[in-house]
Design a protein around this ligand. Structure first.
Ligand code: GRF
Length: 209
């Protein structure tokens, strides 16, 4: 699978629901010319009160809030989302703490064009509270993953992972912060690699060139 961009520059939409620290990391990387083949065209939030929207404003990005209570069904929501994304000629959809599960038809429509960041070394600890799951399990190493999104939650070809050590005195808070620092490295990096056409999917596995 190679990317067929609609222009020389890859148009990116970042979807958030809350704090937006990953969005901030992406915007910083863009400003510092670390992802020069991509531009963040659009920030979408399902929550108009999302704290992270302040970063989108700071960087003067187009913001669209799509609150679910304005829609009759999940399908109607995802249809509108898809239409917005198409109208901005988006090449890559980045889920950066977007707390909605996208419908299979949406995912199919944007096959291999959606990436997600998750705070564990997938396939370990999918779902919510991944850091807590890691602590409860007693693993000595955990980390974060950037992966393409498929129909199953927190699955799909893995693009990048980074590890962190779990110390005996780690709390959910301290561990989450350590993992977050790594997320802020690998999410912009994954966008960069994809925008430079260096990410291929072969038999459900990512090969980076
Ligand atoms: C991150 O831990 C990410 O891995 C998960 O949601 C959190 C979002 O944090 N999917 P932020 O909103 O980017 O600060």
């Amino acid at each position: 699978m190679m990317y067929f961009l609609q222009g020389d520059i890859m148009n990116v939409a970042v979807l958030i629901s809350g704090r937006g620290s990953n969005l901030n990391a992406i915007l910083e990387a863009e400003r510092n010319n670390k992802i020069s083949k991509a531009q963040i065209k659009l920030v979408i939030s399902n929550n108009s009160k999302a704290e992270g929207l302040k970063f989108a404003k700071e960087y003067d990005k187009k913001i669209i809030c799509l609150e679910s209570n304005n829609f009759k069904s999940k399908e109607a929501y995802d249809k509108e989302l898809a239409q917005i994304i198409k109208s901005f000629n988006i090449d890559l959809i980045v889920l950066a703490g977007f707390m909605r599960i996208l419908s299979p038809s949406f995912i199919k429509h944007f096959e291999n064009k959606i990436i997600n960041v998750h705070p564990s070394l997938l396939p370990a600890f999918p779902g919510l509270n991944a850091q807590k799951q890691a602590l409860e399990c007693g693993v000595k190493i955990t980390g974060c993953t950037v992966h393409f999104v498929n129909e199953k939650v927190d699955e799909g070809p893995i693009i990048l992972q980074k590890t962190v050590d779990v110390k005996e005195d780690d709390t959910e808070f301290s561990l989450s912060n350590k993992i977050l620092e790594k997320e802020h490295e690998i999410l912009p990096l994954a966008i960069k690699l994809i925008s430079e056409n260096r990410v291929n999917i072969h038999k459900n596995k990512v090969r980076t060139v």
